[in-house]
Design a binder for this molecule. Structure first.
Ligand code: HEM
Length: 471
């Protein structure tokens, strides 16, 4: 081990501490629980690991996580096989880009997503359109597995902002692309798994290592995104600026030259980043929200009462209405804390040797930020094991900001789709609860709220009864 490296399990030849982490993850049901448990065993908030060939630390406490999220030395992503494969063999896009490329492209993406309406009224209208489509489907069913319906609605809102149109699919519940993205979400964890730590294993176990899955996803995504980009090139005029791809092509035409980062390849990977970063995160959060409504009918009734008092029946709810309903915001926040979809965030990489909590962290160390102990800390929340939205409200019912609550991260790599996600969360939850009573199929056999782990955690599949409140 490097000198003054954080404590952690032994490093075995070739595999490092991987067998130990895997065994514990299997026993406890998820990687983040194993990391939390190990940090207790070794009495440290900064845990030192080596997974296969990758030197790694996992950080468990809020203060150190905040230090990492707000310090430039930790702003970059690991440069391993999984990350390169994820970005189709390039270091482009936003999520995995570095240095000047990342700063330039991130700022462009944020500015132009805002220009085409992210977080504004136009986004609300697109959300309302998709909700109406879902209502038509749900009204015809008695028992609903909402997890099968949400992803397509979310991706259509996102795609209509990025590419100006919905994705047509005969049977959207079987949409091939979405299915593969979902599989990818479950096949990996934030560390990138085997493909990051022992990439040579892809030659021996291409299926089990997830290699074939990502190759197939890359192929399908490339075909899909290239077709959209080509269509935009063909129909581009300087007046066509209503979606993100047109804005990017306009910039390409302005910045034409050998030095420019505004290329078709860059556009493809940015679209990939928005696609894979945006839809499983938002739809899994909504899925957890509806599950909590099934499990906590009192909370559901309280929201419905507030909605009925605040809005006329035919009024279409907008994102700006959230200020009128702090209780709804508090419930959404409590869902994100209690059943966080990203218990571990990152991954990050040290760009030089650094000092962290008295330890020496070598250059190019991978960092995983485990937020679960913060979200389940008795010191911070008092009763973290209870689902209690009121913890986000003060005595007069106004929202309280908890600095330790970081669903969208913090600092320069903070989520760039948070306005989109928060808009979807608010409008979907309020419009759905205005229209439906959401109840369990069998009160004596309630669905479990135990998450299914993965890159993004989600509820285990469950059905609920959606009954119209007004005929
Ligand atoms: C509930 C939904 C979402 C959650 C909980 C979430 C959470 C996060 C978090 C915690 C990060 C920071 C990772 C880090 O610090 O290393 C992040 C980054 C990112 N998110 Fe989100 N996100 C959500 C929705 C979205 C949406 C809708 C989009 C796209 C429209 C998106 C695109 C991205 C991108 C591109 C990054 C990488 C930013 C960078 O590296 O500069 N996310 N997200």
């Amino acid at each position: 081990k490097p000198r003054n490296f954080p404590p952690g399990p032994k490093w075995l030849p070739m595999v490092g501490s991987l067998p130990y982490l895997k065994k514990l993850s299997r026993k406890l049901g998820s990687q983040h629980r194993a990391l939390t448990e190990m940090s207790k065993q070794f009495k440290t908030n900064v845990l030192g690991l080596k997974l296969g060939g990758e030197v790694m630390i996992s950080v468990q406490d809020y203060e150190t996580i905040k230090e990492i999220l707000t310090c430039e030395e930790y702003d970059q992503r690991p440069n391993n096989f999984f990350i390169r494969l994820r970005t189709m063999g390039t270091c482009k896009g936003v999520t995995c880009a570095e240095g000047k490329l990342w700063a330039e492209q991130r700022s462009f993406v944020v500015r132009h997503l805002r220009n085409i309406g992210l977080g504004k009224e136009i986004m609300d209208l697109k959300i309302q359109d998709e909700i109406r489509n879902l209502f038509k489907i749900i009204d015809e069913r008695v028992e609903v597995q909402i997890a099968k319906l949400l992803p397509f609605a979310i991706i259509n809102i996102l795609w209509s902002m990025v590419a100006g149109k919905r994705i047509e699919s005969a049977t959207f519940e079987q949409n091939q692309l979405l299915n593969i993205i979902n599989k990818r979400t479950k096949a990996f964890d934030m560390s990138g798994g085997v493909l990051a730590q022992q990439p040579w294993l892809r030659h021996i176990i291409p299926e089990r290592s997830g290699y074939n899955l990502i190759k197939q996803l890359n192929k399908e995504l490339k075909e899909f995104l290239t077709q959209a980009i080509d269509e935009h090139h063909a129909s581009w005029t300087e007046h066509n600026q209503e979606d993100f791809i047109y804005s990017f092509i306009t910039e390409m035409k302005k910045m034409n030259g050998p030095e420019t980062n505004f290329t078709d390849e860059q556009l493809l990977i940015v679209c990939l980043d928005l696609f894979v970063g945006g839809f499983t995160t938002t739809s899994s959060t909504l899925d957890f929200f509806f599950l909590m409504m099934v499990l906590y009918p009192d909370v559901q009734t309280k929201i419905q009462k507030k909605l009925d008092e605040t809005f006329e029946e035919n009024y279409q709810i907008e994102f700006t209405d959230r200020h009128k309903l702090p209780y709804v915001d508090a419930v959404i926040k409590e869902v994100q804390r209690y059943r966080t979809i990203l218990p571990v965030i990152g991954p990050r990489r040290t760009i030089k040797q650094t000092n962290l909590s008295g330890y020496t962290i070598p250059k190019d160390t991978t960092i995983l930020l485990n937020l679960q102990p913060t979200y389940m800390s008795e010191e911070i929340w008092g009763d973290p094991q209870n689902f209690r939205p009121e913890r986000f409200l003060d005595e007069s019912g106004e929202l309280i900001a908890h600095p330790q609550f970081l669903p969208f991260g913090l600092g320069k790599r903070k989520c760039l789709g948070d306005a989109f996600a928060r808009g979807c969360l608010f409008i979907f939850t309020t419009e759905f609860l205005r229209r439906y009573e959401i109840r369990p199929l069998d009160v004596n056999n309630l669905p479990s709220s135990e998450p299914l782990p993965g890159l993004v955690a989600s509820p285990k599949p469950y059905f609920a009864r959606f009954t119209k409140r007004r005929k």
